[in-house]
Ligand binder design. Structure first.
Ligand code: LFR
Length: 479
């Protein structure tokens, strides 16, 4: 019998990958067939994504399928949220693909709150305030390059643009759209009234499609280039939306922590909470598969580690980093990992030191102290958020499921277990790609529903309980 392959193209802020998934004896199997780097570039004075290169890497990975003679039944693309491009009436790109860490949104919050109060804004969409949300980016564009907005005919989030390049079809997708802070939680559609208030043209926003919708097949030039045709399907195109689908449990006594460039910690809910209390805690209600809501908070996450490792010139293995951090566990200073100074600093190490100076705390001197300071502060932040979730939902949770690439960080997992007092489980590592794949499988009716898909995930992938013992990192080799 011919195996039915599905391809997830999952692009994060630091890397992208093509992962084939298929069913075998009732289990999901995955295999990474192609991987590439991603990162910020500086262009015309802004931090941008190199979207042309991302697309050519997508093509390279598709060619790999052909080479391996494993042609997928369908493919789905997911990326980080909030970032977008504009197309003109000839469907040509307008301007650069500016990245969310660019500082163009500075001060846009105040300007928007002069038009609509922060309270009312949250009440309409229940999306947490992050200064880089699309709403602030569009407003910045309106202030600095209004001609781009007035020439625009189409607004596309990054995965939608990549889908467009493959198929020629433009389709906006619901889960990623909610990250814009422009989708009304009640109507689950673009908030046209809000857009009008902000003088952002409404015509550029297309109908919202749910995950499992077909975008279309490859254009002829793509077929010629990669050597096969394929249907492009919408997964939850927001990576976090895909990742949370792959939480390996149906138990609603658990909190998830999707750990990658960002740490996203929260729960799934069936009803959004746009109340004032929820806003004060700055929880978000991101739209998910089948109108499930991700009630969560963004935490600066592995971004800090990635930057520090770069500054260490990658001279340490992960095992060595854990050991170094562990040796420095006497170090007392705690930083607020969500401070805006860590969003895009020239030097993360200096930013951590500056924060300690600013708050009159001991300044980390050694590499170990820097590492421990970040790790310790991250884990403490996780523990605080667990408390907040319990407070807001008036319920206690017994476990935390850490999913995504960051779940390989055993040092952080142990600290998380220690500070939260919960049972902490790690895995699956490729949660986002798995979530993307199960959405395609759900479309193909390989599973009856999400419950069955999650049961299958739980039995298909390694999920390990975090140990609380300290030290002994040399037993691991994660490189
Ligand atoms: C994670 C993520 C987060 C979003 C941030 C910026 O990759 O998608 O969910 O808040 O990136 O888009």
């Amino acid at each position: 019998k011919q195996i039915k392959y599905y391809l997830a193209i999952d692009i994060g802020a630091s890397s992208g990958r093509h992962i084939l998934g298929w069913l075998e004896n009732g289990k999901i199997r995955i295999e990474e067939i192609y991987r590439f780097e991603n990162g910020l570039i500086e262009k015309n004075g802004h931090l941008c994504w190199n979207i042309d290169r991302l697309f050519s890497e997508i093509i390279n990975g598709l060619k790999k399928c052909k080479e391996l003679n494993r042609i997928p039944t369908s493919i789905g693309i997911d990326t980080w949220g909030v970032d977008f491009v504009l197309l003109d009436k000839n469907q040509q790109l307008l301007g650069d693909s500016v990245a969310y860490r660019d500082n163009r949104t500075e001060g846009m919050d105040t300007k928007i709150y002069n038009i609509i109060s922060e309270k009312e804004l949250y009440n309409r969409n229940g999306i947490q305030k992050l200064i880089f949300n699309t709403i602030y980016q569009l407003f910045a564009l309106k202030e600095t390059q209004p001609e781009l907005l007035s020439q625009a005919e189409h607004f596309l989030m990054v995965p939608e643009y990549l889908n467009f390049l493959l198929t020629g079809k433009i389709k906006n997708e619901y889960t990623n759209a909610t990250t814009t802070q422009l989708v009304n939680a009640e109507t689950q559609d673009w908030d046209y009234e809000l857009l009008e208030k902000l003088s952002i043209p409404t015509k550029i926003f297309g109908k919202l499609h749910m995950p499992k919708t077909s975008v279309g097949n490859f254009k002829q030039n793509i077929i010629d280039e990669v050597g096969f045709d394929c249907e492009v399907v919408l997964p939850a195109t927001h990576d976090t939306g895909s990742a949370v689908l792959a939480v390996p449990t149906n138990d609603d006594n658990s909190i998830y922590l999707s750990s990658g460039t960002w740490s996203l910690m929260g729960i799934e809910r069936l009803i959004p909470d746009c109340t004032e209390i929820s806003r004060q805690h700055n929880f978000t209600n991101e739209g998910g598969y089948h109108y499930r809501y991700r009630y969560l908070k963004n935490i600066m996450g592995m971004w800090m580690m990635q930057n520090v490792r770069k500054e260490f010139h990658h001279k340490y293995s992960f095992t060595e980093l854990f050991t170094l951090a562990d040796i420095a566990k006497y170090f007392p200073s705690i930083i607020d990992v969500n401070d805006e100074s860590f969003l895009a600093p020239k030097s993360m190490i200096q930013a951590v030191k500056n924060y300690c100076i600013k708050t009159n705390q001991e300044i980390p001197q050694t590499e170990g102290e820097i590492l421990y300071c970040i790790y310790n502060s991250l884990a403490k932040c996780y523990a605080d958020i667990v408390k907040e979730i319990e407070e807001v939902t008036n319920k206690t949770y017994s476990k935390i499921h850490i999913i995504g690439g960051g779940c390989q960080d055993i040092f952080l997992n142990r600290l998380t277990a220690k500070y939260t007092g919960k049972d902490v489980f790690a895995g699956p590592i490729e949660a986002t790609a798995i979530g993307n794949i199960i959405c395609q499988m759900l479309k193909a009716k390989d599973f009856q529903d999400l419950i069955e898909a999650r049961e299958t995930i739980a039995k298909s992938f390694d999920v390990r309980k975090a140990e609380i013992i300290e030290g002994r990192f040399w037993e691991y080799n994660l490189n």
